[in-house]
Design a protein around this ligand. Structure first.
Ligand code: ADE
Length: 237
């Protein structure tokens, strides 16, 4: 997959995506990550990219033209353009799966108070990573690119690593344990030591249901609403 970021601060995205799994995905060619800086598309002596907001107010607003030109430089026919903004659709695992199916993603990262509103129609999707305000779209781009990259086939070496995980089935994942079997007096649950795959799967399903109901009742409710009628009847008995 090819990903480009339109950003005034490429280092804010490049550095955190250089280590670990995503760093390896880049080195192995699963993810090609490029940057284009609106500042390189200015024509004045000061390479101005922002200005005061019309109508007054604090902070600066990124000007439309340098962003437009930067986007034009990298946009192709099959590009899917995402504008990161707290006003966008809330990012979740379903959105990550959708984006993982695209050939080319372009992230437009606002900074300061945001970008001139007239840039918005250039994007296919406005995306938010949560109900809080970041210093810019860059940390949001990092989160989205990370979540999408691990879904690219081949990036995670165990092919089923993304099948049973948290959110994919609409539930939180059952807890994990590793050696030692007893740590500071705390034992690993018996079922996990049994070697019985059916028992382990049942234990994990029960844990996932219990944990989701306790920690994220909103997800549990959503999952119950999506159950086919027959299954819902069975649980009601
Ligand atoms: N830019 C600033 N805050 C943001 C957020 N929560 N999500 C996406 N982009 C942002």
């Amino acid at each position: 997959m090819r990903v480009d970021a339109v950003t005034l601060f490429p280092g804010m995205i490049d550095a955190p995506l250089s280590d670990s799994i995503v760093g390896r995905a880049r080195a192995e060619g699963y993810l090609e990550l490029g940057f284009v800086n609106p500042r390189d598309f200015t024509e004045d002596r000061h390479r101005t990219v922002d200005d005061k907001p019309y109508g007054g107010g604090t902070g600066m607003v990124m000007m439309a033209e340098p962003v437009y030109r930067a986007l034009k430089k990298v946009r192709k026919k099959n590009s899917f353009v995402i504008l990161l903004t707290p006003k966008g659709r809330k990012f979740d695992q379903a959105a990550a799966l959708e984006l993982a199916g695209k050939k080319h993603l372009i992230f437009i990262c606002g900074h300061y108070e945001g970008i001139d509103e007239r840039v918005t129609p250039l994007a296919d999707l406005e995306l938010s990573i949560g109900d809080y305000v970041l210093t810019g779209g860059e940390p949001a781009a990092v989160a989205v690119i990370d979540a999408v990259t691990r879904l690219i086939p081949g990036v995670l070496k165990k092919s089923d690593a993304t099948v049973n995980e948290t959110f994919t089935g609409g539930l939180l994942e059952a807890p994990h344990y590793t050696r030692p079997g007893v740590w500071r007096g705390k034992k690993v649950p018996e079922a996990l030591l049994s070697g019985n795959h059916k028992l382990i799967a049942e234990w994990r399903a029960a844990q996932a249901g219990e944990l989701t109901g306790r920690a994220r009742p909103d997800l549990a409710k959503e999952k119950a609403a999506k159950k086919p009628a027959r299954a819902a009847k069975r649980t009601a008995q």
